[in-house]
Design a protein around this ligand. Structure first.
Ligand SMILES: [Fe+2]
Length: 159
């Protein structure tokens, strides 16, 4: 870890960095999945979903930036390469052979739900370490991811 005048204890910073790193790779994976969906979706709601998935990519990129920069603030080294993501992501691999909008909605909603689920545990863990600022960042990211999940699932409701 790099030296910093941040007064959080070293063991707290180390613990937070590890939890941040997990959601960082998940966020990068999530961003790639939204682009895969943006490029390949087809169906009657093409334009709405094509545009929504691009917005979700922007959102997921923002999540990874918040998480990675918090790691740097704590004196850590974010691991954000494709190779790190491949080894550490907890998301299911996104299917590359689908086009149907219902299938994209199913797979992307699963990915966002898993991403949020991991974050909710991370909020409690960071609070437990005594790092309330990291917990707040996890809360902010979860708020965005839950909203994204709502937007995706709203396309699947039949009413
Ligand atoms: Fe595009």
């Amino acid at each position: 870890m790099l030296y910093t005048k941040n007064t959080l204890p070293d063991n707290t910073r180390l613990a937070s960095i590890a939890v941040l790193q997990q959601s960082l790779v998940n966020a990068i994976d999530l961003a790639a999945q939204t682009k895969q969906a943006h490029w390949t979706v087809s169906g009657p709601n093409f334009i709405a979903l094509h545009e929504l998935f691009d917005q979700l990519h922007t959102d997921a990129d923002g999540f990874s930036d918040l998480l990675a920069e918090r790691i740097s603030m704590l004196g850590g080294q974010p691991q954000g390469t494709i190779q790190s993501v491949e080894h550490q992501s907890q998301l299911e691999a996104y299917p590359t052979d689908i086009r149907d909008q219902a299938q994209h909605i199913e797979h992307l909603s699963t990915a966002f739900a898993k991403f949020s689920d991991v974050l909710r545990s991370a909020i409690s863990e960071a609070s437990g370490f005594g790092d309330e600022v990291t917990a707040d960042i996890f809360t902010e990211v979860t708020r965005g991811a839950d909203k994204a999940l709502w937007f995706i699932e709203a396309h699947a409701h039949k009413n």
